[in-house]
Unconditional design. Structure first.
Length: 218
């Protein structure tokens, strides 16, 4: 469990008019104040970190929400917000994904910080993997032990890939060492400039590499 709380809020404000080339999902890395933009129908959703000592009650107060939003993009007057939530972030994986005829998938099997959408996409991959095996067993094309592969294939991915990637995403956003930030920037610039490296990066970040790795297990 991460020690700090996170603030999630939404606004109709047109942030795209103030941030050049703002992508539908944008991670703003800053050593002092990082945040995330997510475009949803009619709204921009923002994810912002708390400060030491802030409680859930103080984090969602009008004063704090307005102060953080003004820090993101200063405007005259107050922001209109449509929801605000303070939540804790956990990194956990179930001991097993199968116990007899009971199977765990998605958030029931693994939870992680939301940076990168790894939890949701990982859950979709869980369901796809499990459903294919269930169909085979149901139709008599595989024996019950085929279902054990679900745990063997998907749980290591949650531990070694989803968990580690989301932890790394958070660390990258809040990195304070200028040299480390520059190295990461140069590394990503080099990947973008090289077609092979760019493809490898996209396969990794889109979790296609994780799918292939899971298929190779067990």
């Amino acid at each position: 469990t991460f020690p700090e709380l996170w603030l999630c809020t939404s606004s109709e404000f047109n942030f795209e008019d103030h941030f050049e080339n703002l992508a539908p999902i944008a991670y703003i890395a800053d050593p002092n104040f990082w945040f995330v933009f997510v475009r949803v129908p009619g709204l921009w959703r923002l994810l912002l970190p708390s400060r030491p000592g802030e409680t859930a009650e103080s984090l969602v107060s009008d004063a704090t929400v307005q102060e953080r939003m003004q820090q993101v993009c200063p405007i005259e007057g107050d922001y209109d917000t449509f929801h605000r939530t303070a939540y804790a972030v956990h990194q956990r994986v179930a001991e097993t994904y199968r116990r007899g005829r009971v199977f765990l998938a998605g958030d029931a099997a693994h939870i992680n910080n939301p940076l990168g959408g790894m939890g949701m996409n990982g859950g979709i991959h869980d369901a796809l993997n499990l459903s294919e095996k269930l169909v085979k067993v149901w139709n008599g094309k595989a024996v019950d032990s085929e279902l054990d592969k679900y745990d063997a294939q998907r749980r290591p991915i949650a531990i070694d890939y989803v968990q580690q990637t989301t932890i790394r995403n958070k660390a990258m956003l809040e990195e304070t060492d200028p040299d480390a930030r520059r190295r990461k920037h140069d590394e990503m610039s080099a990947s973008a400039a090289d077609p092979k490296l760019a493809r490898d990066y996209l396969l990794q970040s889109s979790m296609i590499t994780a799918l292939k790795r899971a298929e190779a297990l067990a």
